[in-house]
Design a protein around this ligand. Structure first.
Ligand code: ARG
Length: 122
């Protein structure tokens, strides 16, 4: 039945939080798994009335984890391969990009090199 407000159905999600900015842990801030994939999955889940419970696991253990029914789905920046396609279903792609940082021509930021030392972790 449809989840009613106040009670969310929980889905178990496997991810390998070692792939910033898609899924990672910023230990300086907290032990939470954060990133693009986490936000995206949470947004979709929220719309559908689900709550997500993420488990951080080695990337190579994610598909075996699905097979062992540890997860309902995996989101981990995973690219389809022939090998993987034999045992799991892939969704439509959710991330392909032609997006760029933009700066003024006369600015002193003309390449990624120019950002060194100006960004956190850079
Ligand atoms: N896209 C590559 C793959 O599917 C790398 C993904 C790695 N993801 C991660 N969370 N470590 O093999």
């Amino acid at each position: 039945s449809e989840p009613t407000s106040g009670e969310s159905k929980v889905l178990r999600v496997g991810t390998s939080a070692d792939y910033a900015p898609f899924e990672f842990v910023d230990t300086a801030v907290s032990d939470d798994i954060i990133g693009f994939d986490i936000d995206l999955a949470n947004m979709i889940a929220e719309r559908l009335g689900y709550e997500l419970q993420f488990t951080n696991s080695d990337f190579n253990s994610l598909i075996p984890g699905l097979q062992a029914n540890k997860y309902d789905f995996v989101i981990s920046g995973m690219t389809p391969t022939e090998e993987r396609d034999k045992v799991v279903d892939f969704s439509e792609p959710y991330y392909e990009t032609e997006q760029y940082l933009v700066s003024l021509k006369e600015s002193n930021i003309n390449s990624m090199e120019d950002l060194k030392g100006k960004v956190v972790g850079g």
